[in-house]
Design a binder for this molecule. Structure first.
Ligand code: ASP
Length: 439
């Protein structure tokens, strides 16, 4: 049995956190390959080492003095090393990094040192081999991740090792310069290492016990989601429920490896298991609720719209031409609504409206702003009768006016549009009817 374990920045922010991490890793022999992030925040007003590195490098590039900022970064590592009592000095590494900052080795290089140095510290602490990700994770000339070359080199390298630490977030370009994934990208490295080592499970250790059924800023202490499918996760992440980098899903999903989101500070919690499919019934009819504010609906009316061939295409073309993508499109017989992000639409509003008037000749266009969308997601909805009915009666009881309803063809979700001012009340009402009352 092989597990790949990735630890996020808050799990490795201090010596105390490192101790928890070691305890978790050594508790199971199967936890063979470890992917660390850079040290994150120790407290909420703290700064992540990655951000310190970006800031420091920006000074270096401008030719400004960056000694103080660089010393602060060194101090983060040295504090961990001394508190853990390790026989390790990063002095020569720091010298190289500093010289490369002066030599303008690139912002990606700068940011990647957070994971690189943390990987060296963690490997020393665990007594594991250290693999520099620049030697095993590759990008192509265009800066796209190269799964073929990476898969080949990385699996070969891991095959010869019982244990190893592979730092997250970066790899190398064909010209040997360093490139990082986008922010939060250590999740992607973990997924790549899991696929390359044919792991049975990818454990992603963070500071929350997985996904929750509702936003904890809206509902106090919401129930956790124990098992979720990739499709459900996609629906919830789209609405802003983020724990995991979106691009981290592909490598493991393709290899059929489940992901378990776990909490370093509460390792006994089961966390959330993300799987392709499952026969496990969710605890409730719905798996989760997530939502976002900041939408605008453009409601278009035209008599006999349904029989006018190409009407929808012409309307959508006006949005496409102006680079505004639409999020949803509920329609009636002679009406259609295009729901877009309020900010994206605001910039192009007049061009789009003029275009629709000119090219589609609608009877009327009405614009509704300050909308919020709420996705109620659940694989069990398909086989349960009355789900929509329960949602709408709960909303009616809470005096929430529903402005839009959109059900995906997969019956995996129901999306509801409400006024932004009703957003919190709507979330609470849906949570209460399904989760709090265990229906
Ligand atoms: N350290 C990087 C960041 O802060 C990558 C990561 O933590 O996943 O974005």
């Amino acid at each position: 049995m092989t597990k790949v374990v990735k630890f996020g920045g808050s799990s490795l922010a201090s010596a105390e956190q490192f101790r928890k991490v070691k305890e978790i890793i050594t508790a199971e022999e199967s936890r063979r390959f470890v992917v660390p992030s850079a040290p994150g925040k120790r407290f909420s007003a703290d700064t992540k080492v990655t951000d310190m590195l970006y800031g420091c490098y920006d000074l270096a590039v401008k030719g400004k003095d960056f000694d103080k900022e660089f010393e602060a970064i060194k101090a983060r590592y040295n504090e961990i090393i001394s508190e853990l009592g390790l026989d390790l000095s990063l002095e020569s590494e720091f010298e190289i990094v500093k010289a490369c900052f002066i030599g303008k080795a690139g912002r990606d290089y700068a940011a990647s040192r957070g994971e690189y140095l943390n990987g060296i510290v963690l490997a020393n602490y665990l007594g594991y081999s250290f693999i520099d990700s620049a030697d095993v994770i590759f990008f192509d000339e265009k800066g796209q991740f190269d799964p073929v070359k990476t898969g080949r080199v990385l699996s070969e390298r891991l095959a010869g090792l019982e244990n190893a630490v592979v730092p997250g977030f970066y790899g190398s370009m064909p010209n040997d310069t360093i490139k990082t994934f986008s922010r939060g990208g250590s999740d992607i490295t973990g997924s790549i290492v899991a696929a390359a080592s044919n792991a049975d499970l990818y454990e992603n250790w963070t500071d929350v016990s997985g996904f929750l059924t509702c936003d904890p800023r809206i509902v106090d202490d919401p129930a956790p989601i124990t098992t979720i499918t990739y499709k459900e996760l996609r629906e919830l992440s789209y609405m802003g429920a983020t724990v995991l980098h979106e691009d981290a899903i592909f490598p493991v999903r393709k290899a059929g490896i489940p992901i378990n989101i776990k909490n370093t500070n509460k390792p006994e919690d089961p966390g959330t298991l993300i799987v392709e499919s499952t026969s496990q019934k969710p605890a409730y009819t719905i798996t989760g609720i997530a939502g976002k504010k900041g939408f605008t609906a453009i409601n278009i009316e035209k008599d006999m719209m349904n029989s006018e061939l190409g009407f929808g295409r012409k309307v959508l073309w006006e949005f496409e031409k102006n680079g505004v993508s639409f999020e949803h499109m509920p329609s009636g017989i002679d009406t259609m609504s295009i729901v877009v992000s309020q900010d994206a639409f605001a910039d192009k509003e007049q061009e789009i409206l003029a275009g629709i008037h000119r090219n589609c000749q609608p009877d009327s266009i009405d614009i509704e702003t300050d909308l919020a969308l709420i996705a109620v997601v659940g694989r069990a909805m398909k086989s349960n009768r009355g789900t929509a009915g329960r949602i709408f009666s709960a909303l009616a009881h809470a005096h929430v006016n529903v402005k839009m309803i959109d059900q995906g063809s997969s019956e995996l979700n129901i999306i509801i549009g409400v006024s932004e001012s009703d957003f919190e009340a709507a979330n609470k009402a849906i949570y209460d009817i399904f989760v709090a009352t265990k229906l």
